[in-house]
Design a protein around this ligand. Sequence first.
Ligand SMILES: [Zn+2]
Length: 158
Amino acid sequence: MSWSPEDALSPHFRVRELDPENAAEGEERERLRELAQVLEAIRAELGGRPVAVTRSGGYQPPDDKQSRRWPSRKPTSQHRRARAADIVVRGVSALDVANTVGRMVREGRLEQVGGVGCYVGDGFVHVDTRPRTKGGRLALWAQGCKVHRREVRWEVAS
Ligand SMILES: [Zn+2]
C-alpha cells in the first residue's frame, strides 16, 4: 500500500519531501521516519529555520521499483536505502549547516547519523543514518571545502 504524499513523517516533514516517488515500503518507511527525526533535530538547532530536502535528495528507490531513474546514484548510495537526505537551509550556508551537524555529533546528540558530506559548491549538505563503524567513526567528506574528520568540522579550503 502506498502512503500519501501529504502524510507527516514528523511534525515538519512530509512523505513527498523524503520519498518523492512514493516508493518506500516497510522498513524503508521506518528509516525515513528516523531520518525525519534527525532533520527535526537539525531544524530545531538552527532556530526552527525550515530545512528543505533538495529535489533529488531524498529516497531514491532501486530502478526495478519505479519508472523514473536516478542514473547519477550508485546502487550503494544511502539514498537508495532510504537513509539519506540532501538538505538546504535558506539563509544558512552549507558550511554552517554541516558544522552545526558536526557540533551536534560531537555533543552526542545525533547518534543515528553515520555520514555527513558538505557540498559548498552545490550548496547542500548530505546527512545519512548509515550505521557507524565499530569504532564509532562516521563517513565524512567535503566538496569545495576541507573536512577535519576527528573534529567533525569543515572549513573553506585554503
Ligand atoms: Zn546525498
